[in-house]
Design a protein around this ligand. Structure first.
Ligand SMILES: N[C@@H](CCC(=O)N[C@@H](CS)C(=O)NCC(=O)O)C(=O)O
Length: 216
């Protein structure tokens, strides 16, 4: 069967270009694997049938002839197993890719989201200014460590892998609000990842869907 992944038919402008099906589209584009996008809406999200595929009603969900999956990191790792363009074939190299995908999702994304969510979801509430300094310090510490690791490397392990793909997706959300400005090599690294043709195509494909289904 042709690979299928789910994406939203439309989301509000603040989320456009950031919905996590982008990670899967990008991985599939890098790997050169054909796929079809199954567009869903809030009714589908709530449906029993979709919850059998994605228990939380979220996107992305993924299936191919072998597996049915959810969680973007797990799906990207599954796709990486199919292509040397995303992951070396040797166990040592594969181990490094798994490590970086989990580092992005487990050691950086939670802190990035804590900071970003203050303004995205709690804007105007008194308490957020008390929370902001510690949230900022936490992500700055992670970014400083990442900056040290990167040094002048082009990618986390030298050549592009699925680890860079997920890391760049996590970091670009911080870049949008200027949080990478103090980490020049991290910023250049994210720009390098996002300049890849596979990202540019995936981004445009997601945005085109939202343009096509924009409410009148
Ligand atoms: N950890 C999940 C998170 C998925 C997620 O947060 N999806 C968002 C879009 S980016 C979603 O479907 N939100 C709608 C909802 O939670 O109802 C993953 O990485 O796949």
């Amino acid at each position: 069967m042709t690979i299928q992944l789910t994406a939203f038919r439309w989301v509000p402008p603040f989320a456009q270009g950031y919905v996590r099906d982008l990670r899967i589209r990008w991985a599939l584009e890098e790997a050169g694997l054909p796929y079809e996008v199954v567009l869903i809406d809030p009714d589908t999200q709530k449906s029993e049938g979709y919850r059998q595929w994605q228990p939380f009603g979220q996107v992305p969900a993924y299936r191919d002839g072998e597996v049915e999956m959810f969680e973007s990191g797990a799906i990207v790792l599954h796709i990486a197993d199919k292509s040397e363009k995303l992951c070396p074939r040797d166990p040592a190299g594969r181990g490094r890719v798994t490590t970086w995908v989990l580092a992005a999702l487990n050691s950086i994304e939670p802190h990035a989201q804590t900071l970003l969510n203050l303004d995205a979801f709690f804007s105007g509430q008194d308490w957020i200014e008390g929370r902001r300094p510690s949230a900022r310090a936490m992500i700055d510490g992670r970014l400083a460590s990442l900056s040290t690791w990167l040094g002048d490397k082009d990618y986390l392990e030298g050549a592009f892998t699925a680890g860079d793909l997920v890391m760049a997706c996590v970091l670009r959300e911080l870049d949008g609000d200027g949080y990478l400005d103090g980490f020049a090599n991290v910023k250049v690294y994210v720009d390098r990842c996002l300049a890849r043709p596979a990202f540019v195509k995936s981004f445009e494909d997601q945005m085109n869907t939202f343009r096509q289904f924009a409410p009148a």
